[in-house]
Design a protein around this ligand. Structure first.
Ligand SMILES: [Ca+2]
Ligand SMILES: [Ca+2]
Ligand SMILES: [Ca+2]
Ligand SMILES: [Ca+2]
Length: 370
């Protein structure tokens, strides 16, 4: 708080000026006329309506003043500051801009204010919410971090603070910008991703992937470097990044895949930011190659031979044939059929491949009559 004073003089006798001033700038010449009261009474009748920092003072005297009564006014300092600075009458203000890296230890010196002798300083009271981040030594003017400054968790990376002196003669506008460091790695939305390619997919078939994100800014956030770091020994896949279309990331096959040769891939994808040193994030991609029916069943033997007595009853097993198919699922299911049997004496179990007699055999000899 600061005090101003006002002295009530007789009608037409108000005196204005700074406390303690005795010379007049507006009416320097009037010489108090002789009055019934003595001139020393005039000199002590120094009235003022308030305190104006740095303002030239005017002062009128009236020798007719006979009595004086003082009033004390208590004015809140912040109001006085607003009034004085709004009128351009304050004794001074400074504007400062500082920078401090995030994640520095608590108590790190941000800067030292240009304090003035005889004044103490404090943050303006209406900025309590910002004072959780910084401390101010009222005498030295040193501003330090109060706790950890995590730029990614701050509501803003720029703080605009007002520091005022006590008494209110000096106002400092202080901007503190929290600089980013590369303390975050790129991260994908998920750690693993399951996708599939078909055997029929032509080379260059693309599957879109999630790009990585990084809460840092600038180069520390520029995640434009993606690589397959394992699982692609045959070079069957490559990554395509379309930066022009909002960083769309695709995985594409470089050749037609053969499920029967390799039905599963596990690729490890890395995302690298532009920090120095860079940080990395990883995504594990499981690729399942879906089947196409591109293989025929193949018998294990090209010929099967059996001898059977003609007395064998119907239903007698003759031989078991077996075929395999490299495809899977229904593409690999095998059913057996006899496609040629002139006398229809034999049958085959569709699932097992067991050939059996269907009836009493008729055995005949081919006689060469020629
Ligand atoms: Ca941080
Ligand atoms: Ca950061
Ligand atoms: Ca980063
Ligand atoms: Ca196949």
């Amino acid at each position: 708080m600061i005090l101003s004073w006002q002295k009530s003089c007789g009608a037409g006798s108000l005196l204005e000026g700074d406390m303690g001033r005795t010379s007049s700038t507006e009416n320097p010449s009037p010489t108090p006329p002789e009055a019934p009261h003595s001139s020393p009474a005039v000199k002590t009748c120094c009235c003022a309506r308030g305190i104006n920092w740095g303002k030239s003072n005017s002062y009128r005297t009236n020798p007719s003043v006979k009595t004086a009564m003082y009033q004390i006014h208590i004015v809140p300092i912040i109001v006085l500051f607003l009034l004085t600075f709004a009128q351009g009458q304050g004794q001074g203000s400074d504007q400062l801009s500082w920078e401090i890296e995030e994640e520095v230890p608590p108590g790190t010196l941000v800067g030292t204010l240009p304090t003035r002798q005889g004044l103490t300083y404090r943050f303006a009271q209406h900025q309590d919410n910002l004072q959780q981040y910084f401390t101010l030594d009222s005498d030295s003017g040193q501003v330090r971090t109060r706790g950890r400054l995590d730029r990614e968790a701050l509501p803003s990376d720029t703080f605009d603070l007002f520091v005022q002196s006590m008494p209110a003669r000096h106002l400092i506008e202080l901007r503190i910008t929290v600089l980013d460091i590369n303390d975050n790695a790129p991260t994908f939305g998920r750690s693993t991703l399951d996708i599939s390619f078909s055997e029929t997919d032509q080379p260059g078939t693309q599957v879109i992937l999630d790009t990585a994100t990084d809460p840092d800014i600038g180069d520390n956030d520029a995640t434009t470097e993606y690589n397959i770091i394992s699982g692609n020994q045959l070079g069957d896949f490559r990554l395509v990044l379309l930066e022009a279309s909002k960083n769309l990331l695709y995985l594409e096959n470089t050749r037609t895949l053969d499920r029967e040769q390799k039905h599963h891939y596990q690729l490890n994808i890395s995302a690298q930011d532009g920090g120095s040193p860079p940080k990395f994030g990883y995504l594990l991609i499981n690729i399942n190659v879906t089947d196409f029916n591109d293989h025929n069943p193949v018998f294990e033997q090209s010929d099967y031979y059996a001898e059977l007595n003609e007395t064998a009853p119907p239903g007698t097993s003759v031989v078991k044939v077996r075929a395999t198919d490299q495809d899977i699922g229904s593409n690999g299911d095998i059913t057996y059929n006899i496609v040629s049997d002139e006398l229809n004496q034999f049958g085959i179990e569709a699932k097992t491949g067991i050939v059996k007699t269907l009836k009493k055999l008729y055995c005949y000899r081919l006689i060469n009559l020629s």
